[in-house]
Design a protein around this ligand. Structure first.
Ligand SMILES: [Zn+2]
Length: 271
């Protein structure tokens, strides 16, 4: 039987399936190992379950704090292991995956320093470009983007390229507790469609990234990824009180888990 041919999303060449590699999105070591998901259906059930209620009461009676009890129940009973070895996609050939590994290393330095502008300002310009390219590159492996034609492939493929004037903007925020539903850092991916265009989201343990083909809505505070080239860029922390794009991505995914369709149109009008 002939082996299935796959097209590498970066170089565009055709390869045997066995010559493709497993690309981690987000990068490994940024939280992409043993991914758990909140079991939303089970959560609703346990809110009504007398068994869970009596467990909470018993533990309260022996002096445990409520938030410790609920946190423990959440961790041990309401999450399920989704990707025990991290989330990957067979989107790249081995050569491209190795090539991007160099960019991932630079991104890891940024990640380890929490994107702190004071520290990043000391990075070489080339390293900063590698960080930018590492993040753009991750988006080509998202399941949601598989039918999208991106105009930044040349920018990524050419190590020395320093200009990108295409349509895709990339913004990010640093996570804080409030950007996470019940304190679970959620590193799922997602897509939201607006009249203005489309937003793809990817995140890791520390940052949330949104790639979009229109300038972001002014009501959402985010940092443009190209700002890290500047000496003093402003790092945006948290997704703001309305939750930003992240909240909408999260909500639409939770609804799809409980099988309620959220119409893609009709997301509330934004300025
Ligand atoms: Zn390739």
């Amino acid at each position: 039987m002939q082996e299935k041919k796959c097209r590498c999303k970066l170089c565009g060449a055709l390869f045997k399936d066995s010559d493709m590699s497993e690309e981690h999105y987000p990068a490994r070591s940024t939280g992409n190992d043993d991914i758990v998901a909140l079991d939303i259906i089970k959560m609703f059930e346990s809110l009504r379950s007398s068994k869970v209620h009596s467990e909470i009461e018993k533990r309260l009676a022996v002096g445990e704090k409520l938030e410790d009890i609920t946190g423990n129940i959440l961790d041990t009973q309401l999450t399920k292991s989704l990707y025990p070895k991290g989330r990957t996609a067979r989107t790249l050939c081995r050569k491209c995956n190795t090539f991007l590994g160099k960019y991932d290393k630079s991104y890891l330095r940024f990640f380890d320093l929490d994107g702190n502008p004071k520290a990043i300002k000391g990075f070489q310009r080339q390293t900063k470009y590698q960080i930018i390219k590492a993040i753009y590159a991750k988006f080509i492996s998202l399941p949601e983007t598989q039918d999208e034609e991106f105009d930044f492939l040349d920018f990524i493929r050419n190590e020395d390229e320093t200009s990108y004037n295409g349509t895709w903007k990339l913004y990010f925020v640093k996570r804080d507790k409030r950007s996470d539903l019940m304190g679970l850092p959620d590193i799922g991916t997602g897509k939201i469609v607006f009249d203005e265009g489309v937003v793809y989201e990817m995140s890791d343990d520390k940052f949330i990234f949104d790639l979009m083909n229109f300038p972001k809505h002014a009501c959402f505070q985010m940092t443009n990824i190209f700002d890290i080239l500047n000496k003093n860029y402003r790092l945006t922390e948290g997704t703001g009180k309305d939750g930003g794009y992240h909240a909408q991505v999260l909500i639409s995914r939770l609804f799809s888990q409980i099988n309620i369709q959220v119409p893609e149109e009709g997301v509330s009008k934004l300025e």
